[in-house]
Structure formats: C-alpha cells, structure tokens
Ligand binder design. Structure first.
Ligand SMILES: [Zn+2]
Length: 64
C-alpha cells in the first residue's frame, strides 16, 4: 500500500523574493518578484554606503 499524500516534499521551483519574501518565478526581476523590490534592494545598497567601482565617495561639499 502506497500512500501518496506526502506530495509536499516535492521541490518547488520558485524563488523567494529576498525583499518581501514573496514567492516568485518572475524571470525578469529575478531574484526579486518585481521591479519595485529590485529597486528597494538597489536602494539598500546605496543607503549602506556601498562604493561603486570606479567611483570615489564624495565626502566634501566644499566648492573650490
Ligand atoms: Zn518582492
């Protein structure tokens, strides 16, 4: 007797949005669910002061 009720153990091929945690299979904004979440992630990068390659952080506001 084989009971096939444990079907939930099957691997589901969906991605989880790292921003909102929503399941998504959106291929355009992977791994995000939408452009909004992608933008949020990008914003987090800037907010955390990540230095973009080739760009030195401008710290002085004095004009010559
Ligand atoms: Zn999301």
């Amino acid at each position: 007797m084989a009971e096939e009720t444990a079907d939930q153990t099957k691997v589901i091929k969906v991605h989880k949005c790292p921003i909102c945690g929503k399941l998504t299979d959106n291929k355009t904004y992977r791994p995000f669910c939408s452009k909004r979440c992608a933008d949020v992630d990008l914003g987090n990068w800037f907010n955390q002061g990540y230095v973009i390659e080739g760009k030195a952080p401008v710290d002085e506001e004095e004009s010559e």
